[in-house]
Unconditional design. Sequence first.
Length: 76
Amino acid sequence: MVDQSQRMAARVVAVTYPLTLLVSILAYNRLYVPLQVWGDPAATVRNIAAHEATFRLYLAALLAYGVGVVVVLTGL
């Protein structure tokens, strides 16, 4: 028999997992990839230094991803 706390945990996981996945995909593709220069790490560092706010937003998205993973794992 499934009790109420298990149902609530399942609902939380059902909402958090897709949001976490979406945040990670969008953060990588829209925030980090434009800053990255393949084969030239110095240019990548220059891009990150020039677009510091974008990189900080990417780091905040990574933090949100980590929180989402913890929530999903706790719910499971």
